[in-house]
Structures are given as C-alpha cells and as structure tokens.
Design a protein around this ligand. Structure first.
Ligand SMILES: [Zn+2]
Length: 424
C-alpha cells in the first residue's frame, strides 16, 4: 500500500471531523430509541457510494440495522473482516450542564465534543472513512469486508445478535466501541428478576396472626422474604469474589447488584408480591446459563431453610432482548485468544502506527462483542475514546486519537483482507 495513503488521513482531518459531526447531528439517544432510521439511511448511502451492497432491515420500527458488504476478489482464500458499531447513543437527561448543545459537535483545542463522539460515533466515523479511503485509492481487497451499523446496544437490544442470526460471519471482527485503542475482551452481563409471590393477599390487620404465637395464619410478607433472599445473594456474591478470578480483571468484578426492587400494593395490605431486578457480571470463562443456574440453586437452598419460602419458592426470569421492551438484557462474555491471527496482526499494526505497545486487556464494561464471539467469530473490542467520557456530560474525543486510530484501521484492513486464510 502506498504510504502516502496513511499520510493523507492527516490532510483530510477536516473531512473526518465533518463526518463525525454529521453522525452526531442525528439524534439517536436510547432510551427513548426508535429514532435511528435517518442516521442509518445516511450510512447506507455512504456505503453504496463506495461500492458496498447494503442490507437494511427493521429490528424495531424506525430502528433498522444496516450491513454493507464488499466482496473481495478472492473471498474463498483470503481473510474476511467484520467492522461492527452501534449507532445509538446514551440518553441525555434534562438540565445536564453541557457547554454546548450535545447534538451539535464542537471542536476545541483538538478535541471534539458531542453526544456519542466517544461511544461510539467516533469509531463508526473512523470505520466509514477508512473504507472510503481504500475505495478512493482504487484498492481492491482480496477478502470480504462487512460493515455492521447496528441499533440498540445501549439498552441491550439485539441489533448485533440479529446480524449474527442472519448469517453474517467473518474470519475476524473488530467492534469499534470505546476502548481508548486498547485491544479488549469483556466479561458478560445478564439481568434477571427474582420474584416472591404469595398465593393469598392478607389485610394489614392480620399481621399479628402471621407473626405472633398462636396467630394461626401461615402467611408472609413478600418484602420480608425478599430481604432474606437479598442476604443470600450477598453471600453468594462474596463467595464468588473469593473463589473466582480471571486474568485481566480486578478480583471481585463478578458482582450481583440488587438494582431495583418493587413490591407491596398499599399500606393497608401485607405485601403479597415482591420482585428484585438484579444485574449479574460474570467472567469470560463462564456463561450466562451457568451463572444463572448457580444463583437459582443458591436461592432455592436459602428458600428451603425458611418454612414459608420452602412452600413458595422464588420465581426467576432471566435476560431479555431489550431494557425498554422487556426490562431485561444479556451481553455474552468475550474471551481473547492471543493465537488468533487477526489479534496478532492488529497488535502489530497498532504498534507500528501508534508507535507504542498495544494494550491487550479486559474491558470493565460490556459491548456487542459478546454476540459476535458467541457466534464463533474471533472478535476484539478496539475503538477510540475513553470510557470515562462515554455517557458523560460534555462527552469528548481527542482528534489525534481519532486520526491515528483511522490510520491503524486502514492499514489493518489492507493487510488482513489481503492475507491468506490459514490452512485447515
Ligand atoms: Zn458503546
């Protein structure tokens, strides 16, 4: 590849910043979501203009996925690549003290400000610009390139999962989400609802009979029984913290957070139902199936030690495909394998372009990378922007970082898609 191509990215900084500003100007906060069609239409035309075949479908009304594919000249024998990014951004609360309107990007001292610049319209702009540069320079890649612009990541909706279910596969995938250009895997997250439910509803006036000698009513407050289960969850959380570890994570990252509690109907009744919404973090060598099974077994054991809960064991509902529609989500974990050729090449190209050692680590948050990994695709999270700026007021991104990241992408795509698939 002509080295001038990488240098040209610096000269075209203005164009790249304009592209990012345009993406920011599409107001795609989630929640409320159902607002990405215009942005996705823009990305679809951008991809068509540079020769990509575009597949666009509604995941939810007014929230379509866009996948662009550029067939390589020798797809069967050369490496293919998925570039994945989400087009939705974190929501804005009223009265947040932004220095400038969040959906009008502003550049100050080589930093760009606006909702989504770090998470992750910066990464998306870099991907699109890299593909455009390769196209404009007449570079025909031998392997396929697939760009996925998905919806719903901020609220656990299945944008990326649908791409996988639709059959999109590649020899390597980069999720261009916020990692400050570290090459990362992730732990997983699953949310769940634990519910205690009484078959009878009792009046507040019967409480004496339920809790005192000779009262005669074998009943219970669902809220008080939930308190017992919460204590049980804390014990399990502590047990996990001291018995489980995974390289790249500080000890005790595998938390069980009692995030939301709902219960009782009115002060004149004994609470007949109580539900607890929990968030469970687990390590890359675990699955959401295995950790939810551990929690169920543990809470059922706690219930067995209680005369009322024994007969009215807690109910469980795990995961979900949307925090908005179902109040539930899953992000599978993503383990990294240092033997993956794609990871090795990306490390090499990063070190060459950034002139620094590549950091290979574990993200403290979750991304759609878990879904691609779950589909059997060697995947890394690798994107510009710092996590502390994601979702934050005055969200920002260094333009130098954006440019160097774009250079790395161009170089990586060129080398990866022109290298042969491994034998066997
Ligand atoms: Zn993100």
């Amino acid at each position: 590849m002509n080295p001038k191509l990488l240098e040209s990215i610096e000269e075209r900084e203005k164009e790249l910043v304009e592209l990012l500003s345009t993406l920011v100007s599409f107001q795609t906060p989630s929640p409320p979501a159902r607002n990405t069609n215009e942005a996705q239409e823009y990305i679809a035309s951008y991809l068509k203009e540079i020769g990509y075949t575009v597949d666009k479908w509604d995941v939810y009304p007014n929230d379509p996925n866009v996948v662009g594919t550029l067939k390589g000249t020798d797809s069967d024998n050369y490496h293919s690549l998925i570039l994945n990014g989400h087009i939705d951004v974190a929501s804005i609360e009223e009265n947040e003290p932004w220095n400038s309107p969040p959906f009008q990007a502003v550049v100050k001292e080589n930093t760009i400000y606006g909702r989504g610049v770090a998470d992750m319209k910066g990464g998306m702009a870099a991907c699109l610009f890299a593909l455009k540069l390769l196209h404009e320079n007449g570079i025909r890649l031998k392997g396929d390139v697939i760009l996925q612009s998905v919806i719903g990541e901020e609220v656990g909706e299945a944008g990326t999962k649908q791409c996988c279910d639709r059959g999109y596969k590649a020899d390597f995938a980069i999720v261009a989400d916020t990692s400050h250009c570290a090459i990362q895997g992730q732990g997983g997250v699953i949310t769940g609802w634990v519910t205690v439910k009484s078959p009878q509803t009792h009046h507040d006036g019967t409480r004496r009979q339920m809790i005192h000698a000779g009262g005669g009513i074998h009943g219970a407050s669902a809220i008080e029984k939930m308190a017992k289960l919460i204590t049980g969850l804390q014990e399990l959380e502590r047990h996990w913290a001291v018995t489980k570890t995974y390289p790249g994570f500080p000890a005790g990252m595998n938390t069980i957070n009692p995030a939301v509690i709902e219960g009782g109907r009115h002060a004149a009744f004994i609470a007949d139902e109580c539900s607890l919404w929990i968030t469970v973090h687990f390590y890359p060598n675990e699955s959401y199936e295995s950790v939810t099974k551990e929690i169920e077994e543990h809470l059922l054991a706690v219930a067995t030690a209680d005369p009322w809960l024994r007969e009215h064991p807690p109910l469980f509902r795990w995961g979900g495909t949307s925090m908005i529609e179902e109040r539930g989500e899953v992000f599978p974990s993503l383990a990294l394998d240092r033997d993956w050729p794609g990871l090795q090449l990306l490390t090499h190209v990063h070190e060459e372009v950034f002139e620094e050692r590549a950091e290979i680590s574990m993200s403290s948050t979750v991304t759609d990378g878990g879904w691609l990994g779950d589909a059997g695709i060697p995947t890394v999270i690798y994107g510009p922007g710092k996590l502390e700026h994601a979702h934050a007021v005055n969200e920002q991104l260094s333009i130098d970082e954006l440019i160097t990241y774009t250079k790395t992408l161009v170089q990586f795509i060129y080398e990866w898609c022109n290298s042969k698939k491994e034998e066997g």
